[in-house]
Design a protein around this ligand. Sequence first.
Ligand code: HEC
Ligand code: HEC
Length: 235
Amino acid sequence: MLALLLLAQLPALAQQAPFEDTLAQRLLACTGCHGKDGRAVGNVYFPRIAGKPAGYLYNQLRNFRDGRRSYHLMTGMVRLLSDDYLREIAQHFSALDLPYPAPAAADLSARAAATAQALVERGDARRQLPACSSCHGTALTGVSPHVPGLLGLPRDYLNAQLGAWKSGQRHAAGPDCMAQVARALTVEEVAAVSAWLAAQPLPADTHAVAASSLPRSASTRPACGSAPELAGAAQ
Ligand code: HEC
Ligand code: HEC
């Protein structure tokens, strides 16, 4: 009798707490760390994902799923998701056009700042090191659709990512140009570049640019397996 009563109530219970596996439901899980609308604020290791180029976000979600990047909580989030689902998630966050926070106060010596600015804007031809801007855009807002911008990110996040490429913990599809760039930099240069980038104000137009607008590079740019659009741009 009791069992029958319970059975009779089951449909009502199911109606009270419907679980729909919708995109919106899944994305709620992301906002705990990446912030409401994917605009991370507060934690120095949680990157903003809102407004980043869609191809870049998609590549990163696949990198976590397939082991080219390792952060177990991220891997757990995307482990069972298909390429199509990841593409949909990437497009959702990429399309969010939201303002950036004010940059961090500059926390580096005048000498370190000069070194960082030279590396970012001119590179170092003696070491065959191209300027960061030759791939990330003159305004450093990224190149559509696979190269991320470098502004509006916390210093510690930047430092950790460049360090992870240096140590072989983070990978992109090969040839992995960022691994080459990071390995060519000293630990001091990585720290200076991260602090300098985090202190730069965002330009009026924060959107990624087209590869055709990239500046010429003093050194030959290495090929990037994750960003085929760079191959066609002026060297
Ligand atoms: C427990 C906290 C947490 C949750 C929940 C989480 N993330 Fe992350 N996410 C991180 C951290 C930390 C990183 C940086 C990891 C690293 O050091 O590489 C990251 C990195 C990323 C990146 C790469 C960003 C970049 O600029 O390279 C993307 C894209 C991303 N997360 C998307 C998502 C999505 C989509 C969800 C929800 C399905 C999600 N995350 C849920 C913490 C989280
Ligand atoms: C040859 C082209 C190239 C050059 C030069 C280059 N980058 Fe990159 N960078 C890329 C590409 C492509 C990616 C995306 C890699 C991926 O898909 O994981 C990237 C990603 C990054 C990221 C990850 C951003 C995030 O949100 O996690 C950082 C940080 C970065 N680059 C910093 C730099 C700095 C600093 C320099 C200069 C010292 C530089 N890059 C020079 C091509 C380049």
